[in-house]
Design a protein around this ligand. Structure first.
Ligand code: G3I
Length: 336
């Protein structure tokens, strides 16, 4: 069977994968990308810290390599991400004396950054995660995460980031992207944020549900509620960073539990297959609302979850095993 995920899903939505430049050299990883996926996202290479390490120096090479691979092979490319509180470069928030910069200076820097990066990949990148994770977790009432962007600029940094990106590339689809979007409290806050932007005429076209899930969450109902709620605003919905950790939520403290054997057990295999089956049933049911599903990493050989939240604890969150072979979950996802 030489059919890939992208072929099974050609009448539904694009199927993407988060990549690092080193995976794109000829070899097993590049082969797997090309047979299975028709969309890519840079896992790290286009974030502000990696791509713009000093005020007057950009590190284009890794991101260029990804963009060239996408264009050459006809894959779609999502841009990730223009404004995030993590992986920001040291220079961004401070002046030469090490003092915190003013609102005006930070906005000018943000605008320049967005213009430079969006411009460079115009035509290659069809959609940008403009603002990432601006809403806090927990049950507090505050809608805005207390990031440096928020502290220095105020809530309008979000709106302005979208306006700058739109000005830089009027054809790009602009997304707000976040995790824990199935949590009722956080979902409502994101909804209010996004609706507020739309009411003000801010150019925003979609909401990215990251989809860092586990064997135990979300439920089908929680997932459907998220998809339909954001789509009801007239926005596109994408699943932007999908993976299904095999560890229970209560094992996500930073301590390794005795029961975490770093072994992919038959029970995990079965549960994960059933969970992926459910997720993709819901995605297919809402194909009119969903324009893309992207996995966060290629195979269980490497996942960011191998180091999070427990450093060095192997996880097995993807559809392909450590030898790039399809897992039971893969076969459930393509059986319909
Ligand atoms: O590149 C440096 C290297 O020079 C250094 O020696 C090494 C030492 O730790 O770190 C390397 O950087 C790491 C980077 O990944 C590249 O491998 C960072 O420490 C590490 O923190 C970083 O993790 C990334 C994480 O975002 C940062 O928050 C993960 O790879 C990446 O998968 C993850 O992706 C995020 C999305 O962007 C947003 N949504 C959540 C998702 C998962 O956290």
């Amino acid at each position: 069977d030489t059919k890939g995920l992208k072929d099974y899903y050609k009448d539904y939505f694009s199927i993407g994968v988060a990549v690092n430049p080193r995976m794109l050299d000829a070899g097993a990883e590049a082969d797997l990308i090309l047979t299975q996926f028709n969309s890519m996202t840079a896992e790290n290479a286009m974030k502000m810290g990696p791509i713009h390490p000093e005020e007057n120096r950009y590190n284009w090479e890794p991101a260029d390599k990804i963009a060239e691979f996408a264009v050459k092979n006809g894959l779609k490319l999502r841009g990730h991400t223009l404004c995030w509180h993590n992986q920001t470069p040291n220079w961004l928030f401070t002046d030469a004396e090490g003092k915190q910069v003013s609102k005006e200076v930070l906005l000018a820097r943000l605008k320049k950054h967005i213009f430079e990066v969006v411009n460079r990949y115009k035509g290659a990148i069809y959609a940008w995660d403009v603002v990432n994770e601006a809403v806090p977790d927990g049950n507090g009432t505050e809608i805005y995460r207390k990031s440096k962007f928020y502290e220095i600029i105020g809530e309008e940094y979000i709106e302005l980031a979208f306006r700058y990106a739109h000005e830089a590339d009027p054809n790009a689809q602009l997304f707000y992207n976040d995790y824990n979007t199935e949590d009722k409290v956080k979902r409502e806050k994101i909804y209010q944020l996004v609706k507020g932007l739309l009411d003000k005429g801010v150019p925003i076209h979609g909401v990215g549900l990251q989809g860092h899930w586990s064997l135990y969450e979300p439920t089908a109902q929680e997932l459907e509620e998220s998809i339909t709620k954001f789509a009801s605003l007239g926005l596109k919905v994408q699943i932007t960073e999908l993976d299904v950790s095999v560890y229970p939520k209560e094992h996500t403290s930073r301590e390794r539990k005795d029961t975490d054997k770093a072994e992919f057990t038959p029970e995990m295999n079965n549960k994960q297959a059933a969970h992926y089956k459910m997720l993709f049933e819901i995605f297919r049911k809402h194909k009119d609302k969903i324009s893309g599903v992207t996995f966060w990493n290629l195979s269980d050989r490497y996942s960011w979850l191998d180091n999070f939240p427990v450093r060095g604890r192997k996880d097995f969150p993807l559809l392909f095993d450590q030898n790039h072979q399809p897992k039971k979950a893969f076969w459930e996802v393509v059986k319909f």
